[in-house]
Ligand binder design. Structure first.
Ligand code: ZN
Length: 400
């Protein structure tokens, strides 16, 4: 263990170089391949075994342990960090490193979210492998795709749904961004929908009496916006976008809107989904009832498409991974602030797999903006925390 800590203490420049190289490689949603290839090369260089890219594009590699082998089917522990960014293809990525208050500060979109997480994962992998620390059960390192926005956690969904890993992951540590003082233990769920109301459309004067999709959409949205939301469990709704119509003197043929619901309670999310269906149906029915013969060219219909679905879940207070993290934090003198968040951890948590999402040490700011930055200040403490938690939880998993 001391040798592993010593590697991390002695190699801050290697870790920062990885992070800077990675930052310069674009990874828009659904475009993570180039980063995947870079990570594959690092995994092989470090000496991970069974390095591969799965069908979703996740890059996997195991720390060498005696239990590894074709016949191994026991529990494994996962340490993962997402590769994707929110930035579209074509965003300028020119990482700059300056010294601020004695620490290196890396400035680039994605520097912290999540190049800090990936660099931290590599540091832990390298520290474990190069010093030959005995690992009680296989630890799988994953650079995964599809965490941000429309990626909708597709990398994690694939990992948990697909053989040979489905059902074998005993515990999961997610590295996302910076920090060493808190942990995401409550998975904020979200459901996102696109509502479309369509009709025959027509001329604003000669076809007057034909029901209007924009009027029906306005009725539906006004009704859903007035839904009463609980403070506890904290639940929110947002009407995000609205589009429709062709010109001021045409009855539109369609209107669309997108809606976002968030909660830590799966029941609240279902309640809102039902309310949305009811609001759209009621609005369409009431506007169809007002269609006036003989000029009405027809009636309205609606459809609702799910465009995002992140499951909500909460890690139990006495979960082994949370108790282990508390012990690690006591040992290192760090606080264990429990937080709410929407991360890759939503998937394992919703399946009942103990999972926690941590920062990979250091400090960061400007996430999801072009002015994003990361500072290496106190990175080492965060990495020690991750390394100790991973090993301790692997010991627990080996006994399962
Ligand atoms: Zn992230």
């Amino acid at each position: 263990m001391h040798a592993a800590f010593a590697w991390m203490h002695g190699n801050p420049k290697t870790i920062l170089d990885w992070q800077r190289e990675l930052c310069a490689i674009p990874a828009p949603p659904f475009g993570e391949e180039a980063r995947g290839r870079w990570l594959t090369a690092r995994f092989v260089e470090i000496g991970l075994e069974g390095v591969e890219t799965d069908e979703a594009g996740n890059v996997l590699g195991y720390a060498p342990t005696p239990q590894l082998g074709a016949e191994h089917s026991g529990p494994i522990v996962v340490l993962s960090a997402h590769l994707d960014t929110v930035f579209p293809a074509g965003t300028a990525l020119q990482p700059v490193v300056r010294t601020v208050d004695g620490a290196d500060r890396l400035e680039c979109p994605g520097a912290c979210d999540n190049c800090a997480g990936v660099a931290g994962m590599l540091a832990v992998a390298k520290a474990l492998v190069s010093t030959g620390v005995e690992i009680p059960c296989p630890v799988l390192f994953v650079g995964n795709v599809g965490e941000e926005g429309e990626g909708d956690l597709r990398g994690m969904r694939h990992l948990y749904r697909t053989e040979p890993l489905a059902g074998r992951i005993a515990a999961h540590v997610v590295l996302d961004g910076a920090g060493a003082d808190s942990a995401v233990t409550q998975a904020l769920g979200s459901k996102r929908f696109q509502v479309t109301i369509a009709g025959p459309g027509g001329h604003s004067f000669t076809d007057a009496g034909t029901p209007n999709p924009i009027a029906a959409m306005a009725t539906a949205l006004a009704s859903i916006a007035a839904t009463v939301l609980p403070d506890e469990p904290r639940t929110t709704l947002n009407l995000g976008t609205i589009h429709g119509g062709t010109s001021v003197n045409s009855i539109p043929e369609s209107a669309t809107a997108t809606v976002d619901f968030r909660s830590t309670s799966a029941e609240e999310l279902i309640r809102l989904e039902v309310a949305l269906h009811r609001a759209a149906e009621d609005a369409v029915e009431s506007w169809n009832a007002r269609a006036r013969a003989p000029r009405s060219r027809g009636l309205l219909s609606f459809s609702i498409a799910k465009i995002g679905d992140r499951p909500a879940a909460v890690l139990p207070e006495e979960s082994p991974i949370l108790n282990t993290l508390r012990a690690v934090d006591r040992h290192l003198g760090l606080p264990t602030g429990a937080r709410l968040g929407s991360t890759d951890g939503n998937i394992p948590l919703s399946l009942g797999v103990p999972a926690i999402s941590l920062g990979a040490g250091g400090e960061g700011g400007g996430a999801h903006t072009l002015r994003e930055w990361y500072s290496t200040k106190d990175r080492e403490a965060g990495l020690r925390r991750v390394l100790l938690l991973t090993l301790a939880i692997a010991e627990w998993a080996a006994e399962q």
